[in-house]
Ligand binder design. Sequence first.
Ligand code: NCD
Length: 308
Amino acid sequence: MKRSVIDISDLSTEEIRELIRVAEDIIGHPADYEEACRHRKLATLFFEPSTRTRLSFEAAMYELGGNVISVAGGNTSSAAKGESIADTAKTVSCYADIIAMRHPKEGAAYVAAQNASIPVINAGDGGHCHPTQTLADLLTIWREKGTFENLTIGLCGDLKFGRTVHSLIQAMSRYAGVRFVLISPEELKLPSYVKKDVLAAKGIAYTQTTDLLGAMPDLDILYMTRVQRERFFNEEDYLRLKDSYILTPQKLANAKKDLSVMHPLPRVNEISVAVDDDPRAAYFKQVLYGKYMRMALILKLLKEAGRL
Ligand code: NCD
């Protein structure tokens, strides 16, 4: 049966556990997977800038022995001629076995999935969600902490437009004893729909603050984010808010010794490069883990669709 992943809630807790198991098996035995997707094709359709997500999907497919066809940049495809997402999805279904799609509009991947005859993976839809970044985040948390339970997670920066934050909250809200500390400027607070539909609906404990230093000592994980310039209505607001939080080694002085500092990347100014050498910095491991989780997800969806 063809199945798409648009939102992290499209995957059950058991399925996420199994994806982590497969990703760890790939890490341990990469040679066993070298031919797993032979003769299968991944189409990457990216209508917004990307380095990590597109290249990690493509590297994932190559490491599974498969092939990649690609549209990078809306200006080079028929989208620039006015083609609808639905028609693009039907067209690409004739060429590929699975699609990874990034688009500036919220809901774009959903529309693609409704119209494609092959699985569609949402690689980021506007300010909405980004489930495969969350899979990367989950493997990072799992390997850094050894558990998903009883963690205090600080989310810092642009919580309004940061789609990775929305998906991570959704995913981590499934585990017992998780608490969130939402650290942002007033204007960039978490959208009320996430508070209502996820945090309140599941009875998850959270606090909101503008004070990163004050929150620091309690945190097990600090998830820094970039202020999402491309989603602002005016440049002045962006310039005023962009450097609200800059993590430096000094600011980590009161943090736990086993804190994990995460960031979906790209970073602009939010984490000083001097933090990179701190053993608590986990953001480049997070990049690598993203590739393994995407390998596991591609395998799962192709198998379910009867294409492997
Ligand atoms: C994120 C995204 O695209 O939402 N990047 C990524 O995929 N790793 C975060 C961001 O752009 O700030």
